[in-house]
Design a binder for this molecule. Structure first.
Ligand code: XIL
Length: 379
């Protein structure tokens, strides 16, 4: 009797120890939580690339399996004048990715923002012709993609070519070259690195009209044999937009065309809306207004919890589509780093990411880690 009782106590203790060990082994990092299902990344800034922000770097190294360059590979940074390339920070960015064996993303080759005026103009200030602009585009892509061949695994080749209604944006690329500028950019990138994944990247593709335009564009490119391998949903989201149903339907629709989907710039904006349209247009600039900056002294607990739930809901959708969705990249490391502190209104105190201003994980971090085990059987 006594022996039996002792055995029961022992086995109860054993169960407790096993249970404890299981929790102790629960993944402590985002990249481990999603290993085998989704590659989790973050955009990094100059301070993180150069090592000035050592606290940020520690988070990146511990948590993320992929990096994107928030600004340092944009045309105006690496190719400010016709005859001048400056790869100082870009080289350090790529070296950081190599050193830590990270899936290293290039962002971005052809965009209408953060591109210098000289690209589209001649010495007299007139717009150049189609052949000249195609040649400039070709030289830029060949030089940049060629330089990092085999070290940058995925390029955002064309960024934001679409208007909100799904028609092609009348950028200078479009006006001067015509709509085949998109196909040409992909062809040039493919020539420069045939192994690299090549992405069409845009925001608000969950909005039905814009999504329809993007689907038609990708279908056409695929039919023409243009080497587009994936679509990037930027993922500049809010607590209410896009709905999980729209996110789900958007991912399914692109996957059906035979391209992979990456969530390339994820953040969830908790600030009061400053525009009517759902947009991530970087050229927007709205006047400061204290009413639109309500959390200067900290984020209320109820908002923390809403953010956590929202992240968990979105990750459940991404996980449902694992295989088609390959990567989820946050647009920044900590809240303090986020572009949403200065866009579309300068000087706001935003809370869109998983780590707070002192580098501590927020409830949203735990929620995303937890979502990895509820949404999948393989972990
Ligand atoms: C943003 C950067 O985060 C800011 O630092 C910069 O001032 C403007 O660009 N869509 C994109 C990104 O594709 O390149 C933008 O990044 C955010 C919106």
């Amino acid at each position: 009797m006594l022996i039996k009782a002792r055995l029961m106590v022992r086995s109860a203790a054993l169960v407790a120890i096993i249970a404890y060990a299981a929790t102790a082994q629960a993944p402590a990092s985002l990249k481990d939580a999603y290993r085998g299902d989704l590659t989790i990344g973050a955009a990094i800034n100059a301070a993180q690339i150069t090592g000035q922000d050592s606290r940020g770097d520690a988070i990146v190294e511990e948590q993320f399996a992929s990096i994107s360059p928030e600004n340092v590979l944009k045309w105006e940074r690496i190719h400010p004048q016709a005859e001048t390339y400056d790869f100082t920070l870009a080289d350090q960015y790529v070296a950081f990715g190599q050193k830590h064996h990270m899936f290293t993303v290039g962002h971005c080759l052809v965009w209408h923002n953060q591109v210098p005026d000289w690209v589209f103009h001649d010495d007299k200030g007139n717009l150049v012709d189609r052949e000249t602009l195609l040649k400039r585009m070709h030289d830029h892509i060949q030089t940049v993609v060629g330089r990092y061949k085999g070290r940058i695994q995925s390029w955002d080749v064309v960024n934001e070519a679409l208007n909100e209604d799904g028609t092609l944006r009348q950028s200078l690329w479009m006006k001067i070259i015509g709509e085949d500028y998109i196909a040409k950019a992909f062809q040039y990138a493919h020539e420069a690195d045939p192994q690299a994944q090549l992405t069409y990247n845009d925001y608000s593709l969950e909005v039905p009209a814009k999504r329809a335009g993007a689907l038609a564009l990708i279908a056409k490119l695929k039919a023409e044999g243009v080497p587009v391998t994936s679509v990037g949903l930027q993922g500049h989201d809010s607590l209410t937009w896009p709905s999980v149903e729209d996110e789900d339907a958007t991912i399914s629709a692109f996957a059906k065309l035979g391209v992979k989907v990456a969530i390339t710039e994820l953040d969830i904006d908790l600030m009061p809306r400053a525009t009517r349209q759902q947009t991530a247009d970087v050229s927007l600039s709205i006047r400061q207004d204290a009413k639109l900056n309500p959390y200067v002294d900290g984020l209320p607990e109820s908002e923390q919890q809403q953010l956590a739930k929202r992240y968990a809901d979105l990750f459940a959708v991404y996980l449902k589509h694992r295989g088609d969705v390959t990567r989820v990249t946050f647009w920044g490391v900590t809240d303090g780093d986020s572009w949403l502190n200065n866009w579309p209104i300068r000087g706001r105190t935003s809370y869109p990411l998983l780590f707070d201003r002192s580098g501590q994980p927020k409830p949203a971090f735990q929620a995303v880690v937890r979502a990895s085990s509820t949404g999948t059987t393989s972990n």
